[in-house]
Each structure stands twice: as structure tokens, then as C-alpha cells.
Design a protein around this ligand. Structure first.
Ligand SMILES: [Zn+2]
Length: 182
């Protein structure tokens, strides 16, 4: 999951109130990051440029900008290459009841088995790992924000088998239409 140090509070309050946004900017910039204000096309072009150039970046963008990125990135050819499959309703229900994450959208994930012990690694295990690494609040923010979509670009991520702790390759590829894609 994402590697940014932006907090839920600074983003949410920032969107609601410009004065809070201006309070949040110095902290973000001091941390060596940036806040960019621009039109949808230019923001989407920045994301595309990071993807194409191999830069590692996390973008916090609007759902509209996210949709523009997703339409460009997740072509049928790419979906097939990464073996993304829709996550079943049953698995979504399990994620929702186990972790309290509610997101009605269709998720896509490259479910596969651990080479070592054979345990299947799917969206459920991915969310479980995300919560273990980043906390429930962060995961809920990423999947449940009304205003913000999160796009991780070229961020190294390791799928770790919950049963034997082996690293499962290839790394997780996923697409959650409301907010998270890699
Ligand atoms: Zn395993």
C-alpha cells in the first residue's frame, strides 16, 4: 500500500476548508513532497508521465481524475497481462465483515497461489496485509474517502503469504475503482 506520510486529517480538513489546506501545505513541503494545484488534464498528464518514466510516486487526486487515469492505464491488454480478475461478491462480503470495510464497487485483483505452501493470495489477504502494515484507518481512508482517490505509481509492493511468510511473485496487481490502483 501507499508510502506517503500525508495523514488522513490533513487531507480531509484541507478539502473542506482552504485555511486548513494552507496550514497543511508547509508540513507536506517540509517533508520533501509537493502539493500541486492544476487542471484535471495536467494532473492526469503528471500521473501518466510518472508511470511512463518509471518514477515512484503516490498521487492523491479527485475521483474524476482517477477515472481518467484508470481509463488510460487499465486497457484490456494490460488487464489480461496482469491476470486481473473481478473479486467475487463472496470475497468482498468477507472483507467487509472481517475488516469493516464497505465499498460497493467491483474490485479487480491478480489472485494467485503461494509457490511455497500453496495458499491462495487474493484481495482479502491483500487488505489484511495492508492493515497490518499501515493500520485500518489508512486503509479505510484509501478505500472510503468521498473526495480523494489514491494512485500508487511504480511503488514496490510485496505480497507476503499470510501462512508461511514467503514473498509471492509476481507482486500484487489490483484495481479498485473508487480509489486505489497500481
Ligand atoms: Zn505460503
Amino acid at each position: 500500500m501507499g508510502g506517503s506520510h500525508l495523514t488522513k486529517g490533513s487531507l480531509k480538513e484541507g478539502v473542506k476548508s482552504p485555511s486548513n489546506l494552507f496550514d497543511a501545505i508547509p508540513a507536506v513541503v517540509r517533508g520533501g513532497r509537493a502539493v500541486i494545484s492544476s487542471g484535471d488534464e495536467a494532473i492526469v498528464a503528471s500521473v501518466k508521465n510518472a508511470v511512463s518514466s518509471g518514477s515512484v510516486a503516490t498521487f492523491y487526486i479527485s475521483h474524476k481524475q482517477f477515472e481518467m487515469v484508470v481509463r488510460w492505464y487499465w486497457t484490456n491488454e494490460r488487464i489480461a497481462r496482469y491476470k486481473l480478475q473481478p473479486v467475487s461478491g463472496e470475497e468482498i462480503a468477507r472483507i467487509s465483515s472481517e475488516f469493516g470495510i464497505k465499498d460497493g464497487a467491483t474490485w479487480y485483483f491478480n489472485r494467485r497461489a503461494c509457490d511455497f505452501c500453496g495458499k491462495e493470495y487474493g484481495a482479502f489477504e491483500f487488505i489484511q496485509q495492508g492493515i497490518a502494515e499501515h493500520g485500518k484507518e489508512m486503509v479505510n481512508f484509501i478505500l472510503g474517502s468521498k473526495e480523494v482517490s489514491v494512485v500508487n505509481v511504480n511503488l514496490p509492493s510485496f505480497a507476503i503469504c499470510p501462512q508461511c511468510k514467503n514473498i509471492i511473485l509476481p507482486a500484487a496487481a489490483y484495481h479498485m475503482p473508487v480509489g486505489y490502483s497500481c
